[in-house]
Design a protein around this ligand. Structure first.
Ligand SMILES: [Zn+2]
Length: 212
């Protein structure tokens, strides 16, 4: 989120330090979508980039929307600041920005198009040691509502119908494949599995363990 939000947010630098990861050690940043609660921490208060050695990977369809002057001009008032923030972010990273479509975006990491919440909203599946983790961005915002009723939308979805279809498709897929999933608006530990439950789905949290 970066600065400007509630006190509970904006602690990415401290959290990375606690993991023993220096900002200079980050080589790639994958952006699921360009809402500022997902990208705000990539620059400091002065607009300087927080990860000086990182390439910033933006989904092509996402950049095509948020970096378009024409889209910005016809967007509703409430979305204008989002366009400004997206433009500022891309400018800050300059020639460190890479635009990517679906498929492998980094070694062992695949981009999966998940549009609706934003036009180029993208999930990432990370493969390692025979296991995988799907990081699905904002496919689910309100776990208590949207797992049992995946048809329920969210005011921030730019295309509500498409977001609904995407949510249903991804939930169907991860339930069938029993994928390990992480999402930004899920409750702690924000890591787990999805199972079918009646006409909807249910969340099965994966407790953290020191061994894994
Ligand atoms: Zn979002």
């Amino acid at each position: 989120m970066g600065q400007g939000g509630p006190d509970t947010l904006g602690h990415l630098p401290a959290a990375l330090a606690a993991c023993g990861v220096a900002p200079e050690a980050i080589g790639t940043v994958l952006v699921s979508h360009m809402h500022s609660d997902h990208t705000g921490g990539l620059t400091g208060p002065d607009g300087a980039i927080r990860f000086p050695n990182a390439e910033l990977v933006l989904p092509e369809a996402e950049a095509a929307y948020w970096l378009s002057e024409a889209e910005a001009a016809r967007a509703p008032e409430g979305r204008r600041r989002g366009f400004q923030a997206a433009k500022a972010l891309a400018a800050s990273y300059g020639d460190r920005v890479r635009f990517a479509g679906e498929g492998e975006v980094a070694p062992g990491i695949e981009a999966i198009s998940a549009p609706g919440h934003t036009p180029g909203h993208t999930a990432f599946q990370v493969f390692s040691g025979g296991r995988s983790l799907l990081i699905w961005g904002d496919v689910v915002h309100l776990p208590a509502v949207q797992f049992p009723r995946p048809e329920a939308g969210m005011v921030f979805d730019i295309d509500g119908e498409m977001a609904r279809a995407t949510r249903r498709r991804i939930l169907d897929r991860v339930a069938a494949e029993r994928s390990l999933v992480a999402g930004m608006h899920l409750e702690f530990p924000a890591l787990g599995h999805v199972r079918r439950d009646g006409a909807g789905f249910a969340w099965v949290p994966e407790p953290w363990s020191a061994a894994s």
